[in-house]
Design a binder for this molecule. Structure first.
Ligand code: HEC
Ligand code: HEC
Ligand code: HEC
Ligand code: HEC
Length: 145
């Protein structure tokens, strides 16, 4: 009796607890496919920045940072690119403003570390003699200018 009661309780709980579309396609909720596909992306596309920021884009595209996307430094700005009046070109987690200073911002990539490949340009804090990096480097074309 106990055994059969256990089996019945198991199947009753299973009906209640397993989400409706589970198992239709595979070992997961079939619904989740649509939910994930419907998520808004946050990354804009580089060429769209060009529409409005021609100066920065032109400098960037010939400089040493040309392989670092605008959004690696400025954050995820799709909403801004679509509607700059409403959304500022600013990301609170990933942008120069999110750091204490531009020095900290630049060093977040260029800080010396033994774990980085040797060919990656790395500097110590001494290099800037505590001047702001932007006194000598243009972030969009750090060597050329
Ligand atoms: C439709 C035009 C448009 C597009 C596309 C656009 N921006 Fe902007 N952006 C603006 C305007 C307008 C401002 C505000 C300028 C000002 O206030 O002087 C701005 C400001 C900025 C700022 C300065 C923010 C600040 O607070 O100082 C950054 C950084 C920026 N945009 C980055 C980007 C990036 C990266 C892209 C591509 C993903 C992009 N923008 C696409 C129009 C645009
Ligand atoms: C290596 C990092 C880096 C990359 C890559 C980068 N930026 Fe910037 N950008 C900066 C920094 C640093 C500033 C200066 C912020 C400040 O003065 O507070 C800046 C400033 C700006 C501003 C504001 C200019 C002003 O006069 O206020 C705009 C607009 C901008 N960037 C757009 C872009 C666009 C578009 C791209 C891609 C084509 C891009 N940036 C790529 C680091 C970067
Ligand atoms: C998101 C990471 C990132 C940030 C932030 C960043 N850089 Fe870079 N920087 C790079 C990469 C990647 C290269 C290209 C390295 C290569 O060619 O091997 C580079 C190249 C450079 C070079 C050329 C070095 C050489 O010997 O060719 C200079 C100078 C430079 N960055 C200065 C700056 C300054 C100043 C800032 C802050 C405004 C900054 N970087 C912020 C990633 C970054
Ligand atoms: C006083 C001016 C000045 C300041 C401030 C400055 N730099 Fe430089 N930086 C230079 C010069 C000049 C060179 C080229 C020197 C050389 O070829 O040895 C250089 C080279 C570099 C390089 C390339 C080094 C390499 O080995 O290839 C990087 C990366 C760099 N700077 C990043 C920064 C960062 C990040 C800051 C801020 C923390 C900064 N710089 C502040 C003048 C400056």
């Amino acid at each position: 009796m106990l055994y059969f009661a256990g089996v019945i309780i198991f199947f009753a709980l299973r009906v209640v607890l397993v989400p409706p579309t589970f198992g239709e396609i595979g070992w997961y909720r079939a619904e989740s496919v649509g939910e994930i596909a419907g998520l808004q992306t946050k990354i804009g596309e580089e060429f769209r920045c060009f529409d409005c920021h021609i100066t920065e884009y032109a400098e960037w595209s010939v400089g040493e940072h040309r392989n670092v996307s605008c959004e690696s430094c400025h954050g995820l700005l799709k909403l801004h690119a679509e509607n700059p009046e409403k959304y500022k070109g600013y990301d609170e987690f990933l942008s120069p403003e999110a750091f204490n200073s531009t020095i900290d911002f630049c060093l977040s990539c260029h800080g010396e570390s033994i774990s980085k490949p040797e060919h990656f340009p790395q500097i110590s804090v001494k290099h800037s003699k505590s001047w702001d990096c932007l006194n000598c480097h243009n972030p969009h074309n750090p060597v050329g200018s």
